[in-house]
Design a protein. Structure first.
Length: 109
């Protein structure tokens, strides 16, 4: 079983393409360097200014520890943080437990 965090963002109008570029080129690789499993990320099919980021962790405790280390890191704080945070108008978070098979299914979509 995996602890899965789903982040849904409503972005500032017209910022979806630039947001995706910074996620793809900077933020997701930074997540991966911190040992965070990014399962899926990208713009919504219904609106290019809606975005989803799905991350998986071994446990709730692992999620807390990895995210704390990520968000206090100099690489995040002096890197993509400002551009990402400035693009987000609304952020929603859901955390759930899914089987490893379900996580892999999301990854393969």
């Amino acid at each position: 079983m995996k602890t899965v965090e789903i982040l849904q963002y409503t972005l500032r109008q017209g910022s979806g393409a630039a947001f995706h570029a910074i996620m793809q080129q900077v933020s997701v690789p930074l997540h991966q360097r911190h040992g965070i499993d990014v399962v899926r990320f990208g713009n919504s099919l219904h609106d290019p200014d809606s975005y989803c980021l799905i991350r998986a962790f071994d446990s709730p405790e692992s999620m807390t520890a990895k995210l704390e280390a990520f968000y206090i890191s100099d690489a995040w704080r002096s890197g993509p943080r400002e551009a990402i945070v400035d693009s987000i108008e609304i952020s929603l978070k859901t955390v759930m437990v899914l089987s490893a098979e379900s996580v892999e299914g999301l990854r393969q979509m």
